[in-house]
Design a protein around this ligand. Structure first.
Ligand SMILES: [Zn+2]
Length: 423
């Protein structure tokens, strides 16, 4: 085993100001009651992990603690890789009038676009990022709605250790046909939908939009295929996917309709978001082409809070069909509203319920939140497992998450990059 060099996280000038943040972790040995491997579906008792330099360095029944190492006793707990949410909007918290449906949500989004500065959106992101991490999400794919690239600033602040939060794969500005997702714009100010959305209607505009996102820090490209009567075509999607691929980025496609999902799958995107009404034939096409479903499967509570009660039954029915077809699935939530007594993290982790209602066995739910989501995000080499070399992102639960996925809803320990976040 070769100890990896300690990362230099901050310029020396700033380091003195930030001593309160746990930027640098000492070597740690974790005594795990059971070590859960989501890919294998196993929980091996009596394992230890040596963590140093932000990574797992050794795993086994006999791992001795080097001099000076802290020993963390989790011998009564199940230890597993940190969880992944593949569909977040950290820099957006909607102030809705509550429970008035999709149009109310979109009006609230327009109000955020018009009235909230990008600085405020970044601060909203700081709060949501901290809450997601505390709930056990150590990685997120953040799919836009961050004003004018507040998400890039948030990602960098987290990477530099300024603020606690999950590792972010961020989308920058969402690329969409004229109008973005707004249905209330008026002709004298159609531009008000920007910068929240990045309008792109011609192939040249699409390529330029992707390049703009790459330039300003996006790590994934998010497109909206079917939120206006004028859908992107298969050819449009192919143009966007090809330009993203040139920068080694994947494409996530918002598709509310079956027609949109079919176009996105034909066009070769990496994942289809929502796909509320995807037909079984479209799900079969997705499976054939290896396209992930990120269903944003609203719980009863979440659907009700948004005034969209009917969505819960729709997503559970679609999840059942997706499971029968065998589409690759990554856990994703899309929570953008506040709720008294809850955090962004607790609201998001509750989406486990929808998978349980759709009959997913616990190991499949855990894979959707770890190994499978890591594969979609392109981070599977170092995340979604705890083998030597993996990022030291891990959580612990009292119950066995392979037997009952509800155990995931109450993690009692969170480590990210070798730093203890919560214990
Ligand atoms: Zn979303």
């Amino acid at each position: 085993m070769t100890p990896s060099p300690r990362p230099v996280l901050l310029p020396a000038l700033l380091a003195g100001l930030l001593l309160a943040l746990p930027l640098q972790a000492a070597p740690v040995v974790i005594r795990a009651g059971w070590l859960v491997d989501p890919a294998a579906g196993t929980a091996v008792p009596g394992q230890s992990l040596l963590v140093d330099g932000g990574r797992v360095q050794a795993v086994g029944a006999q791992v001795s603690a080097p001099a000076g190492a802290e020993v963390i006793d989790l011998s009564r707990l199940y230890v597993l890789p940190g969880l992944i949410d593949a569909h977040t909007h950290l820099c957006l918290t909607l102030r809705t009038e509550g429970g008035k449906g999709l149009n109310d949500l979109l009006r609230a989004l327009l109000s955020s676009t018009l009235l909230e500065t990008t600085g405020r959106r970044a601060l909203v992101g700081v709060v949501n990022a901290r809450e997601m991490l505390a709930a056990g999400f150590t990685t997120v794919r953040d799919v836009g709605n961050a004003g004018n690239y507040a998400d890039t600033d948030l990602r960098r602040a987290i990477e530099e250790g300024w603020v606690p939060g999950p590792t972010m794969i961020n989308a920058g500005r969402i690329i969409a046909p004229l109008g973005g997702q707004y249905h209330h714009l008026q002709p004298e100010r159609a531009d008000l939908g920007e910068p929240e959305y990045l309008y792109a209607d011609t192939p040249e505009e699409m390529r330029r939009a992707v390049r703009k996102n790459v330039l300003f820090g996006a790590k994934v490209i998010k497109i909206v295929v079917d939120d206006q009567p004028y859908l992107y075509s298969v050819e449009d999607v192919r143009t966007l996917v090809a330009e993203a691929a040139r920068a080694h980025l994947k494409v996530a496609a918002h598709c509310g309709t079956d027609a949109g999902a079919r176009i996105a799958a034909e066009g070769g995107v990496a994942s289809i978001e929502h796909a509320y009404d995807a037909s079984t034939e479209t799900l079969e096409l997705m499976k054939k082409k290896g396209v992930f479903l990120v269903g944003t499967d609203f719980t009863v509570t979440a659907s009700h809070a948004m005034g969209m009660d009917d969505y819960h039954a729709r997503v559970v029915a679609r999840l059942k069909r997706a499971r029968a077809v065998g589409v690759p699935i990554a856990f994703g939530t899309d929570v953008v509203f506040p709720m008294a007594g809850e955090t962004r993290g607790t609201l998001s982790i509750a989406f486990v319920e929808s998978f349980q209602e759709a009959g997913f066995p616990a190991p499949a739910i855990l894979r959707a939140m770890t190994t499978d989501a890591a594969r979609l995000l392109g981070v599977e080499a170092e995340r979604g497992h705890l083998r030597p070399g993996a990022a030291a992102d891990l959580v612990a639960t009292e119950g066995n998450p392979l037997q009952d996925a509800s155990a995931l809803r109450h993690v009692s320990f969170v480590m990210k990059g070798g730093v203890v976040i919560r214990r």
